[in-house]
Design a protein around this ligand. Structure first.
Ligand code: FES
Length: 400
């Protein structure tokens, strides 16, 4: 395997890659945020770079169509169309770099009764003695069921692995996090549980760290959705996942979310529950589900209702036994409600009590008329499902 070095000017990044790697992939690895409206198909012409030195393959048909004679003579190429054959230096013009998204995480706090899916209990056990041969798990289960009167059916394997040493190091008194009868985590007394609420958008990801004991928001932050390097809209990403691998897109979003978690929470192992809301395609890509069927009639999702999956199964850095709860994304589960143009959020805030406990789509009336003025229109939704996880989100969509 031959290695090559690629230098991106004027950004100054220099990165090693394997000979033959597409330049757009090298740029992505180097953190150079090249635009990719068409997902690397050579159709949009947005990923123009100028090759200043080094060997590159001949022009592709797509490049001949998108680049003018002057541009070609000037060394201009499409990064998604060329592979790196030797050490090269490329100049990236400002118009080929994605514009950093304005990340807004502030919003109106909606008051809800705190009823997390994961309940935390302080459990003090009788220390084991020579005459008491109960296992650690039986001892814990007995105390939780008989003293706390909480149903208990099972324990996450990772929580069980922590239990023996944790009990002995903490004088047989520990915190136990229980979700639907399953012990998902055990921790020392001074480690209260955290929850994470995530709004997984096509362009941005926002996350909120919540103290599950009092409902306070401890920290909030957002990042650009790293999948943007593989396409700027949902359709392009579905098409990218079909042609390449959905895994790349899943890795990108999981890595991004893990970075966000690390920024928000110095002790991510205290996060025992994540609630995530995203559109159907984003949910599929987040879970690593196939998306091919979403892109062809009759456009059916692999899953339509709410879903609980172990966070570790998709690579998230949280408590090992934590679950991710995904809200339902299927249109038939929502009531649809038109709003005055441009007033989706205001409409939601004004009539919030009417929406409580239901899932709604608030459609900007311009959606129905077909907004050809270049402005964006919005959809908002609010739901409080059976697990008591409330969510309100709003997304902007381009007018039809
Ligand atoms: S031409 Fe669209 S990403 Fe390269």
């Amino acid at each position: 395997m031959i290695s090559c070095y690629v230098t991106f000017k004027p950004l100054g990044q220099k990165i090693k890659c394997t000979q033959g790697t597409p330049l757009s992939e090298v740029a992505r690895d180097a953190g150079v945020r090249l635009r990719s409206v068409c997902g690397g198909k050579g159709l949009c012409g947005k990923c123009r770079v100028k090759v200043m030195a080094g060997e590159v393959p001949p022009l592709t048909g797509a490049e001949r169509e998108r680049l003018s004679m002057e541009e070609v003579a000037d060394g201009c190429r499409l990064a998604c169309q060329i592979r790196v054959l030797s050490d090269i230096t490329v100049h990236v013009p400002p118009e080929s770099i994605t514009i950093p998204q304005k990340l807004q995480v502030a919003g109106t706090e909606v008051e809800v009764v705190l009823e997390p899916a994961v309940k935390d209990y302080l459990v003090a056990l009788k220390p084991a003695t020579a005459g008491d041969s109960q296992s650690d798990w039986e001892r814990l289960a007995h105390e939780v069921q008989n003293t706390l009167r909480q149903p208990l059916t099972t324990a996450d394997l990772m929580a069980l692995r922590k239990l023996p040493s944790l009990l002995r190091e903490n004088n047989w008194t520990v915190r136990v996090s229980i979700r639907n009868g399953e012990v998902v985590d055990v921790r020392p007394l001074n480690k209260s549980p955290f929850g994470l609420a995530v709004d997984l958008g096509t362009t941005k990801i926002a996350a909120y760290l919540i103290d599950l004991e009092n409902g306070n928001t401890l920290a909030a932050d957002g990042i650009e959705n790293p999948q943007i390097a593989c396409g700027e809209d949902v359709i392009t990403r579905i098409s990218y996942a079909m042609e390449h691998s959905g895994i790349t897109l899943q890795q990108a979003v999981i890595e991004g979310l893990n970075q966000l978690i690390a920024k928000l929470c110095p002790e991510p192992e205290r996060i025992v529950e994540i609630t995530l809301v995203g559109n159907t395609a984003m949910n599929h890509l987040f879970l690593g589900l196939p998306v091919k069927q979403l892109g062809v009639a009759p456009y059916l999702p692999a899953v339509q209702g709410s879903l609980d999956v172990k966070a570790r199964d998709i690579g998230l850095n949280t408590a090992p036994g934590a679950y991710v709860h995904l809200l339902p994304g299927y249109r038939h589960q929502y009531r649809s409600c038109p709003c005055p143009p441009g007033e989706v959020d205001e409409h939601f805030l004004r009539f919030r009590p009417c929406f409580r406990g239901r899932a709604y789509l608030l459609r900007d009336a311009r959606c129905e008329r077909g907004n050809r003025e270049g402005g964006n229109t919005g959809i908002s939704g609010y739901s409080s499902d059976s697990s008591g996880c409330p969510s309100h989100r709003s997304v902007r969509i381009r007018g039809a």
